[in-house]
Design a protein around this ligand. Sequence first.
Ligand SMILES: Cc1cc2nc3c(=O)[nH]c(=O)nc-3n(C[C@H](O)[C@H](O)[C@H](O)COP(=O)(O)O)c2cc1C
Length: 403
Amino acid sequence: MRCSRAAELRLQSVPSKPIRTNPIKSAIPDAFRSDRPSGQEGNNDAHVERPEFAGPVKYGELRLPSRYLLSPLAGFTTLPFRRIVRNIGGVGLATTDLVNCRALLEKNSRTMQIIETHDEDQPFAVQIFGSDPGHMAEAAQFLETRHVATIDINMGCPVNRIAGAGSGAGMMCSTESTIKLVQRVVEAVRIPVSVKMRLGWDADNLTAPFFAAEFEQVGVCAIAIHGRTREQGFSGSVSRPGIRKVVEAVRKIPVVGNGDVRSVADAAQMIRETGCQAVSIGRAALANPWIFRQLDQWERTGEFEPAGTFEERLELMKTQFRYMQDAHPPHRAVILFRKMAHWYLKGMRIRKKLRGDFQKVKTTQEFDEALEVIRREGPVGGNRTGVLTDCHVPVPGGPVDKW
Ligand SMILES: Cc1cc2nc3c(=O)[nH]c(=O)nc-3n(C[C@H](O)[C@H](O)[C@H](O)COP(=O)(O)O)c2cc1C
């Protein structure tokens, strides 16, 4: 899909705020490069110079406990995982996977499960998507009745099924209807409403600064910005200058910088180079669930403790599995957990045979036994400290139009 010609013309015809069309700076992506030497991710380097921090992050009246937010990763940042990072500490806000506003109104069982939360999971946001302003507003009202702290509108999802239908990143293709939709949601509820978007549809339509300024006018409480275009998908590098333009476009509301932050040093660079008030972290939180606590410690004291050890990681896996059993029947919990375990164990450098064995476990007892074998043998190479260096979340590749 392309932004339609009509939409492009509409974008060009907005008189007071010119759309910037600077090409996205392209550079070798380094944050998730698999050839990054292990042990050099900076998560255990306790001396990272602190930038100047803005005041506390506020979403309307809601003051977030820290400026480090968990970015939604559909299928991964589920309630059990959110409880894990919350218990470790340092998380300012966590957001659910994106949910279809219509499915929410129909109380679809899978959707209702996605918006489940827990006392430990506060404050939390539900992220909604859709292209019908009425449905979006009604879904927001429904969430308000369920005591959700804040609602996030997804304007960044690049997947064709969503963007092609005018939701997600597709909303960046039309200005008037998008601003009206967002305004309608904001006006429908008393709780704060934020928007998460990308820099624009493509390098010729870097519309995020324009939208951010308009959204602030209609009462949006914060903008989260993933520093890539829709066309980039997950390729290339995050453009921090692009995020900076969004920061410069708003007057008061916080901007959350997002993309490729996987260490305290990366977060420092994000804050320093973009001026963003908050930072959200997705994939790196799976590799290092301690990252939020590290960031919070570092902001307060200038120092931070190392990420958890191999043994602590195993304990986290057991706890996450227990949380999964709270939400699902045991057999289902095992199957669901295997997906996470695949990435965790790979990052923990567990021998291939043992990883394969783990994928065959079917019961809680087999789960415990397989983990015990893994604990006894330990990682290949014997290093039981530090972060999961290879914990890459699978992202779609190839032409984004085919996703
Ligand atoms: C598997 C996967 C699922 C994602 N699901 C969502 C989602 O539901 N909503 C959303 O706004 N972004 C979603 N994202 C985008 C992330 O929130 C984030 O913007 C992106 O991964 C860049 O941040 P990171 O480099 O810290 O991971 C997803 C990304 C991945 C890799």
